[in-house]
Design a protein around this ligand. Structure first.
Ligand code: SF4
Length: 70
C-alpha cells in the first residue's frame, strides 16, 4: 500500500505547524502569496512515514493537508 500527500496552497496560511510536526516531509517555501507548505515527497509506495504525515494533516489548523491511500 502507498499513499499521496498534498497541500492545498489556497488554504495554507504558512503557520509552520506541519513542518514542526513532520520536518521529514514538509517544508515552507516562499511564494508571491507568502509562505506555503510543500511536501518534500508527494508519493509513497509503502506506508513508511504515513503516521507522521497523518499527524501533520491532523495538526493543520485549516485542514490544508490531504493524505490519501493510493
Ligand atoms: Fe500550511 Fe497547514 Fe502546514 Fe500551517 S500546518 S503551514 S496551514 S499546511
Amino acid at each position: 500500500m502507498g499513499y499521496t500527500v498534498s497541500v492545498d496552497a489556497k488554504k495554507c496560511i504558512g503557520c509552520g505547524a506541519c513542518t514542526a510536526e513532520c520536518p521529514e516531509n514538509f517544508e515552507l517555501v516562499e511564494t508571491p502569496e507568502g509562505y506555503k507548505a510543500k511536501p518534500k515527497k508527494a508519493k509513497f509506495t509503502d506506508d513508511r512515514g504515513l503516521d507522521k504525515n497523518k499527524a501533520a494533516a491532523d495538526i493543520c489548523p485549516v485542514q490544508a493537508i490531504i493524505v490519501k491511500k493510493a
